[in-house]
Ligand binder design. Structure first.
Ligand SMILES: [Zn+2]
Length: 237
């Protein structure tokens, strides 16, 4: 319950109207510390009058009053991706994924157990009916029943092999695939997992002439990635 309240708070915080701003509440003026907040600019200069999402300063410190939302989000999320999917983390990521896979496997095994007992019952009924048929009492309805049971057993077998196939050992290539979809996933999915992830990783973002991203203390950042978390503002008009 506590967690849900927390999530709802996150949800509200990350929206301004119907627009989503992943870092609302975490972006501050680097000079005076006032918060920036997400808003949409309907630019008169752009050809199709396309709305541009921005984080806007509420103070009068900088000459340029806004930061492009996509620029800021890309910068932070791509940086986070570089941290998480750094080569030294790969082994641990594979292990974590496989630990998760093991839990899934237990769930799958339970399903298979249920199917196996269904199959056993069907086989028993089938063999009883065959005994009756062999004793010469084989009416058409008994033969039809046997056929139906055969079909059912075949169906159960297919489901069991589907479940078996769903058991998986994860490798570094799986981590590659997850890495490739990471940025898109975080930008497009506004669920509790993503918001919780951003909450757990990003401490605060300071903006003035430069953009400086501060991560939570327990996140390791290599030197190359660190450079990406400090950028001169590219000011385009
Ligand atoms: Zn300021």
């Amino acid at each position: 319950m506590q967690e849900r309240l927390h999530d709802n708070k996150n949800r509200i915080r990350n929206y301004n109207g119907k627009n989503y701003y992943p870092f609302n509440g975490k972006v501050f003026c680097g000079k005076c510390g006032k918060k920036l907040s997400g808003h949409v600019q309907y630019s008169r200069t752009s050809k199709n009058n396309a709305p541009v999402k921005q984080y806007r300063f509420s103070c009068s410190c900088p000459a340029v009053k806004t930061v492009n939302e996509k620029y800021l989000d890309d910068m932070v999320i791509n940086g986070l991706r570089a941290c998480i999917f750094s080569p030294e983390n790969y082994e641990e990521l594979v292990d974590k994924l496989n630990a998760y896979g093991k839990i899934q496997e237990r769930v799958i095994d339970l399903q298979i157990e249920v199917l196996r007992s269904d199959k056993e019952n069907a086989e028993k009924r089938c063999s009883n009916l065959m005994d009756i048929a062999e004793n010469g009492d084989g009416t058409k309805s008994i033969i039809d029943k046997i056929k139906r049971l055969d079909k059912r057993i075949a169906k159960i077998d297919r489901r069991i092999s589907d479940y078996e196939a769903a058991k998986k050992v994860f490798t570094a290539e799986d981590i590659d695939r997850i890495r490739d979809r990471f940025t898109e996933y975080v930008m497009e999915n506004r669920n509790e997992d993503v918001l919780g992830f951003l909450e757990d990783t990003v401490d605060r973002i300071e903006v003035d002439d430069t953009v400086r991203v501060h991560l939570k203390k327990n996140i390791c950042v290599d030197r190359e990635t660190k450079k990406g978390f400090r950028q001169e503002r590219s000011i385009k008009k």
